[in-house]
Design a protein around this ligand. Structure first.
Ligand code: NAP
Length: 261
C-alpha cells in the first residue's frame, strides 16, 4: 500500500516511515521540509496522489489552548479535505491517553479538537491514543532546565517506545478503520522525575530536579492515574530500561567513532 505520514520527519514520524518500508509499503512524507504545509494546504494534493491511507503524527508547540485548537482546525481540516478529494480510504491519527480527562493543558485542548475533526470527518478513521514516549521525561527536563536545575511535574506515566508506537500505527493504517482503537502503552508505570534522572545519567549528566506543578503546561489534574492506560490497553514490549540501555550503547558508539575520527 501507499501510505502518507503527515509529520514523517518528526520523532515518531521517522520511525513510522521506517516501519512502513520495513513491512513492504511505500511511504510518502508530508512535512514543510518536504514541501507540504498543512496550514496553507500547499503541496498537499500532489503528495496524496495515489495514497491509500494517511497516518497523522504532526505536532505543534503551541501551549495556548486557542492557538493549539486553531493549529489542528487548519492542519487536520486541510488534510481531511484533501484526503476526501484524493479518495484516501483510511485516516489514522495518533492521540494521547487521558486527553479527554485534562481540561487545563493547551496541547490536550488542541488534540481533543483534532480527535473531534477526525471522528466527524469525511474519511474512515482510527484514533490511536498512546501514553508518553520514553523520550518524554528528558524532553520536559530540557524545556525547563536553567543551569544545573530543571523543574518537572510529579507525573505517574506508563511510557512507551516511539518505535513501538510507530510499528502499531503502520499495522493499523494498512488494516480496516477501527474508530477508536484500544489505548497503547508501554509495559510498566514509571515516575516521571525518576525517568528524567535516569535519562540524564545515561547522557552523563547530573542536575538537580525539582518536583513542581508551577510554570509549565502541566496541571495538577494530571496527577494520580489519569495518564495511565485503560484496562483493555495494548501493551508494547520495550521497557524504559531496555530503551535507556539502547541510548547508552548508541552514545558509546558515537563517542568511539568521534575519538577514532
Ligand atoms: N511526545 C509524547 O510523549 C507523545 C505521546 C503520545 C502522543 N503524542 C503525539 O504524537 C504526535 C507527534 O509527536 P512528535 O513528538 O513525534 O512530533 P515532532 O517530533 O514535533 O514532529 C512534528 C512533525 O510535524 C510536522 N509539521 C509541523 N507543522 C507542520 C505543518 N504546518 N505542515 C506540515 N507538517 C508539519 C513537522 O515537520 P516540519 O517541521 O518539517 O513541517 C514534523 O515532521 C503529536 O501530535 C503528539 O501529541 C506524543
Amino acid at each position: 500500500m501507499r501510505v502518507a505520514v503527515a509529520g514523517g520527519t518528526g520523532l515518531v514520524g521517522r520511525y513510522t516511515v521506517e516501519a512502513l518500508e520495513r513491512t513492504g509499503h511505500d511511504a510518502v512524507v508530508i512535512s514543510r521540509s518536504h514541501g507540504v504545509d498543512l496550514l496553507t494546504g500547499d503541496g498537499l494534493d500532489e503528495a496524496l496522489d495515489g495514497v491509500d491511507a494517511v497516518i497523522d503524527v504532526t505536532n505543534t508547540l503551541e501551549i495556548d489552548p486557542a492557538a493549539a485548537r486553531a493549529f489542528f482546525d487548519s492542519a487536520t481540516g486541510n488534510l481531511l479535505e484533501a484526503e476526501q478529494r484524493a479518495g484516501v480510504g483510511h485516516h489514522v491519527v495518533l492521540s494521547i491517553v487521558g486527553v479527554d480527562l485534562v481540561e487545563g493543558n493547551g496541547h490536550y485542548a488542541g488534540k481533543r479538537r483534532q480527535e473531534e475533526l477526525v471522528e466527524n470527518g469525511p474519511v474512515p478513521s482510527t484514533i490511536q491514543r498512546a501514553t508518553q514516549f520514553h523520550e518524554f521525561a528528558g524532553m520536559v527536563a530540557s524545556w525547563t532546565r536553567q543551569g544545573d536545575t530543571a523543574t518537572l511535574p510529579p507525573l505517574l506515566v506508563q511510557p512507551v517506545a516511539a518505535a513501538d508506537v510507530a510499528q502499531v500505527l503502520a499495522e493499523v493504517a494498512v488494516g480496516p478503520a477501527q474508530g477508536r482503537a484500544p489505548d497503547l502503552a508501554g509495559p510498566e508505570p514509571q515516575d516521571l522525575i525518576d525517568m528524567a534522572r535516569r535519562t540524564l545519567a545515561a547522557q552523563g549528566e547530573s542536575i538537580r530536579l525539582i518536583p513542581s506543578w508551577g510554570g509549565m503546561p502541566f496541571t495538577v489534574e494530571m496527577a494520580g492515574e489519569v495518564l495511565l492506560p485503560g484496562p483493555d490497553a495494548r501493551i508494547a514490549p520495550t521497557t524504559f530500561d531496555a530503551w535507556l540501555e539502547q541510548r547508552r550503547t548508541e552514545a558509546g558508539s558515537a563517542l568511539a567513532s568521534a575519538q577514532a575520527g
